[in-house]
Design a protein around this ligand. Structure first.
Ligand SMILES: NC(=O)c1ccc[n+]([C@@H]2O[C@H](COP(=O)([O-])OP(=O)(O)OC[C@H]3O[C@@H](n4cnc5c(N)ncnc54)[C@H](O)[C@@H]3O)[C@@H](O)[C@H]2O)c1
Length: 115
C-alpha cells in the first residue's frame, strides 16, 4: 500500500520507517526543509534504537522518501497518517489539536480521490 505520514517527529519518523520495513511504500511530510533533507539522506535526527538502520535501508531502497510537498503526498498515497504534534494547551489540562486540524485542512484541497 502507498501511505503518507504527515509530521516527521518522534512519532512520525519511526512510524514511517516501520511501515516501509513491513513492505509499504511510504512518503513522509514535514514543514521543516532541513529535517526533510537529513531524512532523505538517510540520517536520523532523533534517538530511537534501531531506527538509523531502518531509515538508511529504506531511503536507499526507494521505499521511503520525505518531502515538504503535501500535493506530492496526496497524489502518491491512499492512506494518510497524521503524526503532527499535540502540545499541552495553555490551561495545562488539555491538548492543543491545532496542528492536527491544520494538517488535515492543508491536505484536503489536494485530495482528488477517496483516501
Ligand atoms: N513522542 C512520543 O514519545 C509520543 C508517544 C505517544 C504519543 N505521541 C503523540 O504523537 C503525536 C506526535 O508527537 P511527536 O512527539 O512526534 O511530535 P513532534 O513535535 O516531535 O513532531 C511533530 C512534527 O509535525 C510537524 N508538523 C506540524 N504541522 C505540520 C503540517 N501541517 N504538515 C507537516 N508537518 C507538520 C512538525 O514540524 C514536527 O516535525 C502527538 O499527538 C503525541 O502526543 C508521542
Amino acid at each position: 500500500m502507498r501511505v503518507s505520514v504527515i509530521g516527521c517527529g518522534h512519532l512520525g519518523i519511526p512510524h514511517a520507517a516501520a511501515m516501509a520495513e513491513i513492505g509499504h511504500e511510504v512518503i513522509g511530510v514535514d514543514l521543516d526543509q532541513a529535517k526533510i533533507d537529513r531524512l532523505n539522506a538517510g540520517e536520523c535526527p532523533i534517538y530511537e534504537e534501531g531506527l538509523p538502520d531502518l531509515l538508511a535501508a529504506h531511503t536507499a531502497s526507494g521505499r521511503l522518501r520525505f518531502t515538504t510537498d503535501l500535493a506530492e503526498a496526496a497524489a502518491f498515497a491512499d492512506v494518510h497518517f497524521l503524526a503532527v504534534g499535540t502540545p499541552i494547551d495553555a490551561d495545562g489540562r488539555s491538548y492543543d489539536t491545532g496542528q492536527v486540524f491544520g494538517a488535515a485542512r492543508a491536505l484536503a484541497p489536494h485530495l482528488t480521490r477517496p483516501a
